[in-house]
Design a protein around this ligand. Structure first.
Ligand code: ZN
Length: 351
């Protein structure tokens, strides 16, 4: 028996970093073998659309991502802040890369800024790219550039990556660890949340520490969103969400995009791709039980993390759908997780 492909909306990918010379410098329009996302492989997997992150890597080559083994886990050196000028030029170059990929895609990749545009892209069988920043370093504290990026299509913003900036403090990579690792948002961070609400820019809580999370929860009038996160009760990395955080996301009508990153979904938090899809299903099932079916989606972290070898890349998305079927989810439930929940949240947030 063959079933039709279920379309997937994905909360997070780093394909634009993969396309940048500072990443792999690879073509994300033509089919390749490297990395996780390119247009042909995404189409094969039923990837209908997603948040396309602009992640700005460390400025100095000496700021490497160094992992240290601890007595019962691991930790990574807390990353240094980025300068505004460097972050701005990297961000603009990454937007240009997306524009270029869209232009070369023969209509198969589109920038979307509204749910109507998303639906048009679906009808045209094009992949819908939502522009997202993973960290607000390219935004000036006076927020003038926020409006300019909005004009260029920005519709989703992570206040921080796992480093400090003018607006807040990212959670360090650490296992095991509480997400409560530092202070909350700065006064500029609170203003940023309010301005995103006014403009209708989604605010992403993934990579934010717990104090910052609660500051957004108190300030924002939009559904709370963690674009690529997993469950702290199952895998206690600092990046994952506690039950209280999951409850707050549910109460706001928001969503968690379940992260595929193996070090965030394995019980032992090892960075080992020999990880069954069942580990991802375990996190999704926990979230569904805790928050209800309406508040769970996908957040692959394609090209930003190691994912289970059985998924391999964007072409393997339907293997997760099959695993959810085997776990007993109905097709109505799977459609909610795969795309409907994300679309509901985007509609409410963008207005
Ligand atoms: Zn990330």
């Amino acid at each position: 028996m063959t079933r039709s492909t279920i379309p997937v909306f994905d909360g997070h990918n780093d394909a634009l970093l993969s396309a940048h010379p500072a990443g792999r410098g690879r073509d994300i329009v033509q089919k390749g073998e490297e990395g996780h996302f390119d247009v042909p492989r995404a189409m094969e997997g039923g990837f209908a659309g997603g948040l396309f992150a602009i992640y700005v890597p460390a400025e100095a080559k000496t700021d490497s991502f160094r992992i240290t083994t601890t007595e019962n886990g691991w930790e990574v050196d807390y990353a240094n802040p980025l300068s505004f000028d460097y972050a701005s030029s990297f961000t603009n170059a990454s937007i240009d890369l997306l524009t270029d990929a869209i232009a070369r895609s023969e209509g198969k990749l589109r920038l979307v800024t509204t749910v109507e545009e998303y639906e048009e892209a679906r009808r045209a069988e094009a992949i819908a790219a939502v522009l997202h920043f993973e960290g607000a370093e390219a935004i000036d504290p006076g927020l003038e550039s926020l409006d300019k990026y909005y004009e260029r299509g920005l519709r989703s913003l992570g206040i921080v990556w796992s480093r400090p900036n003018a607006f807040g403090f990212g959670v360090p990579f650490k296992f095991p660890s509480s997400p409560d690792t530092g202070p909350g948002l700065t006064p500029e961070g609170i203003q940023l949340v309010k301005r995103c609400n006014e403009l209708g820019i989604l605010i992403d809580l993934s990579h934010l520490n717990e104090q910052g999370f609660w500051d957004v929860e108190k300030t924002s009038n939009a559904p709370l969103v963690a674009s690529h996160s997993a469950v702290h009760a199952l895998t206690p990395t600092a990046r994952n969400l506690t039950d209280r955080q999951l409850d707050a996301i549910k109460a706001s009508g928001g969503i968690v995009g379940a992260n595929f990153s193996v070090s965030d979904i394995r019980a032992d938090a090892r960075d080992d791709t020999d990880t069954p899809i069942a580990d991802l299903v375990r996190h999704i099932s926990y979230m569904v039980e805790r928050m209800g079916i309406e508040h769970v989606g996908f957040g692959s972290d394609f090209d930003g993390a190691h994912i289970p070898a059985a998924i391999k890349d964007a072409s393997g998305l339907q293997r997760i759908i099959e695993a959810l079927e085997h776990a007993g989810f109905s097709s109505a439930e799977i459609n909610k997780i795969a795309h409907e929940n994300w679309l509901r949240v985007l509609k409410v947030t963008w207005g």
